[in-house]
Unconditional design. Structure first.
Length: 79
């Protein structure tokens, strides 16, 4: 299973907002699931600051390559 970082526009009431999530894909490339809560970047003691730098760079790369997803459309496609 592959994954990447994607911005999800949470367009379901009561409030609209954007969050950065990990999105997971099935073998056929369709979206299988995503993290319920937006991701946060922390420093793992084993990876050090290089780990957070790498994660941030990957997030930037993914966000630049992939369009924003709408939560309402994701909910429909997963059902």
């Amino acid at each position: 299973m592959s994954w990447n970082y994607r911005i999800i526009f949470h367009d379901i009431a009561p409030e609209s907002w954007f969050g950065l999530h990990e999105v997971y894909y099935s073998a056929d490339g369709s979206i299988k699931s995503w993290t319920e809560e937006p991701i946060s970047f922390g420093v793992d003691s084993d990876e050090g600051l290089g780990g957070i730098h790498d994660a941030l760079m990957r997030a930037i790369h993914d966000v630049e390559r992939h369009p924003i997803l709408n939560e309402s459309e994701l909910e429909k496609s997963i059902r």
